[in-house]
Design a binder for this molecule. Sequence first.
Ligand code: PEP
Ligand code: MN
Length: 264
Amino acid sequence: KVDRASHPEDTIIDLGGGVMIGGGHFQVIAGPCSVEGDNLLTIAARCKAAGATLLRGGAYKPRTSPYDHQGMGERGLDLLLEARDQTGMPIVSEVMDTRDVELFVNRGIDVMQIGARNAQNFALLKEVGRTKTPVLLKRGMASTLEELLMAAEYIMSEGNERVILCERGIRTFETATRNTFDLNAIPALHHLTHLPVAADPSHATGCARYVGPMALAACAAGADALEIEVHDDPANAWSDGPQALTCDEFDTTMEQIRAIRSAI
Ligand code: PEP
Ligand code: MN
């Protein structure tokens, strides 16, 4: 069960290779929005050098327009696995379709991400719930915390209790940012559930210059992990370029994250 009353202790999850999250274990998931090719290996090496502990990259992309890049598919997973071999970082990638869950499991993807657009795709939630692979469950863009918790319950009710919740911003009347980062969600979720709580300042802001400050705010609020989009050439990224940090910017943000974390 998802609720704190049923499980007073913080849940700690091994995300692969002994990389733990929750109960004081903090991780940084970094990488490009989309896997685009060999530049993934360059980005992964830079993220690792900066201090990231997991690599993210989308091989199946939920895009607003069907004419936008939809992801490299299985070739994208191959590149992620190659980057894992080179860096030792466990990999996180979004699964969009119940029909692909078995592929993700068979290929040994370390963490399956459920995106905001599938946050209440109950068939998909149940399908990943029948696996043993950790799931990074993002909050729907109009989901209440109760709806997010019940989405996690769908996964857990099928037997997979290895769920990480992720605040990634919600849709409000504000247009200056892509979404509104609900910082309240971090302490509120820690109160309501024992599951680890991650935060994604990239999608929450949609704007690279706000990512660093909101990453620090999420740490101060008690996030167990950050998911940050990083690209070697944001201006030419295939998706979400405006919110991607350059590798140099990510270096700086990681230094600041370490400073905040040692202060709290
Ligand atoms: C992503 O992580 O690239 C993504 C699509 O995130 P979200 O589902 O939160 O929009
Ligand atoms: Mn993205």
